[in-house]
Design a protein around this ligand. Structure first.
Ligand code: 13P
Length: 253
């Protein structure tokens, strides 16, 4: 046993009105029963955070946001500051999702600034890393992962890195139905843990949770979670329906 508490997170991306988000949350509250040995997190869109936070009262399900800005306030039209998310009860914020890197110009530099800002407020970043199909085919997967980790963790202390949750999300597996095999995922997770041991220390490396994301489904979650370095899942499409997300949270392993 690793001693790391599994974390099962649903990233709702740009789906759901407030009413739809609260309705799904109510179904999850009714459907999920195992909280003693796993942590459950949902990441609704910004517009639904407040209502979902209220609906979560008294439930062990925890709240995450999908992004933030790095400044604490200011003239940044359209942006959301970490303190605003904390104020709503967000314990986690997803940082550096590949969709933000790909479509919204997010760089290792901006990701690093977000990490610093979140950690300063005791919010836990869920930092996403992962290679594209071209990079995998060119044999660059591990180098890309190493570079992304170096960039995101620049200047952070060991203790701060120890508070982060990582998510390995191969870009080619996101929304495609092509899940990484358990062996491919395990190889990447073990590599990430080794890098953390080299750059920081063994305690950080052994304690940090590394989630897998990319076409996680009820049918593949058990074999993924059986891998020694996979500590949870970051789920997109299959988190949008209560039945599939409940089954994922209830993984057997
Ligand atoms: P899918 O589960 O839809 O592949 O999305 C994964 C993801 O991007 C989670 O952040």
């Amino acid at each position: 046993m690793s001693g790391r508490m599994p974390l099962m997170a649903g990233n709702w991306k740009m789906y759901f009105t407030v009413g739809e988000a609260v309705a799904l949350l109510e179904e999850l509250k009714g459907g999920i029963s195992r909280f003693d040995d796993r942590e459950v997190v949902v990441a609704p869109p910004f517009t639904a955070l407040s209502a979902v936070a209220s609906a979560l009262a008294g439930s062990p399900i925890r709240l995450a946001a999908q992004n933030c800005h790095w400044e604490s306030q200011g003239a940044y039209t359209g942006e959301i500051a970490p303190a605003m998310l904390k104020d709503l009860g967000c314990r986690y914020v997803i940082v550096g999702h590949s969709e933000r890197r790909q479509y919204f110009g997010e760089t290792d530099g901006s990701i690093n600034r977000k990490m610093v800002a979140l950690l300063a407020l005791e919010i836990v970043p869920i930092l996403c890393v992962g290679e594209t199909l071209e990079q995998r085919q060119a044999g660059e997967t591990l180098r890309i992962l190493a570079d992304q980790l170096t960039g995101a963790f620049e200047g952070l202390k060991d203790e701060e890195v120890g508070r982060v949750v990582l998510a390995y999300e191969p870009v080619w597996a996101i929304g495609t139905g092509h899940t990484a095999t358990p062996e491919q995922a395990q190889e990447a997770h073990a590599f990430i843990r080794d890098r953390l041991a080299d750059r920081f220390n063994n305690e950080v490396a052994n304690g940090i949770r590394i989630l897998y994301g990319g076409s996680v489904k009820p049918e593949n979650v058990d074999t993924l979670m059986a891998q020694p370095d996979i500590d949870g899942a970051l789920v997109g499409g299959a988190s949008l329906k209560s039945a599939s997300f409940v089954r994922i949270v209830d993984f057997v392993g």
